[in-house]
Design a protein around this ligand. Sequence first.
Ligand SMILES: NC(=O)c1ccc[n+]([C@@H]2O[C@H](COP(=O)([O-])OP(=O)(O)OC[C@H]3O[C@@H](n4cnc5c(N)ncnc54)[C@H](OP(=O)(O)O)[C@@H]3O)[C@@H](O)[C@H]2O)c1
Length: 208
Amino acid sequence: MKLLILGATGPTGRHVVDLALRSGDSVTTLVRDPSALGDLTEKVTPFTGDATSHRDIVAAAAGQDAIVSALGRGSSVRADGLFTQASAAVIGAAKEAGISRLVWLSSFGVGETFDRSSAAQKTIFRTLLRSIYADKRIADDRIRSSGLDWTVVYPTRLTHGPAKGTYSADDRLPMKGNPTISRADVAAFMHQAAHGSEWLHRSPVISD
Ligand SMILES: NC(=O)c1ccc[n+]([C@@H]2O[C@H](COP(=O)([O-])OP(=O)(O)OC[C@H]3O[C@@H](n4cnc5c(N)ncnc54)[C@H](OP(=O)(O)O)[C@@H]3O)[C@@H](O)[C@H]2O)c1
């Protein structure tokens, strides 16, 4: 499969790239600083650009089968419009490039998943993550009404632990406390989702 992976220099995106390469996919990346790809530069088709730019995504998306986004704001608590702008650019570019499949990484607690979160989670979502979650909510809703073959993924708190493959994934999961899931497991789920039809037009929650 030919995959355009956004956020490839971030920890979750890097796992998606590694998995995709290991499984024989052909990987294209769109990154702001190509030097951040390190040893991946030789193994992927690297485009330099910004994920909020329609023009940059169109250039990288030509000929791809699917787009997988692991975009994020790193340690910043300010969204700065990343998700709203990138979602608009990605949807427009996907349509222009004739790509229907989009797997998009959101966060548990965004949108209607907030109502299903635990008291401990709600405290963090309402305060520290408020700006990011408000921006993600608009982006996620836009993706769901885009007409694309989307999957929007809602992981709980991310860790740098190894992939265990024992996580739960469903349209709804019971929540208690502040559960976690490793970025490696999230990447495996997203990669698998891009390859299959099980999660088409669904917004799965994933957690250990
Ligand atoms: N932390 C948690 O507990 C948690 C829980 C649930 C969900 N999430 C979500 O999971 C996602 C991934 O998080 P992460 O920690 O693995 O990654 P991250 O550190 O947030 O990495 C983000 C990636 O997005 C890229 N990026 C940001 N703005 C860009 C732009 N304008 N154009 C192109 N690329 C851009 C970054 O590129 P550069 O290298 O150029 O900066 C980097 O590759 C995020 O959306 C986050 O909100 C996090």
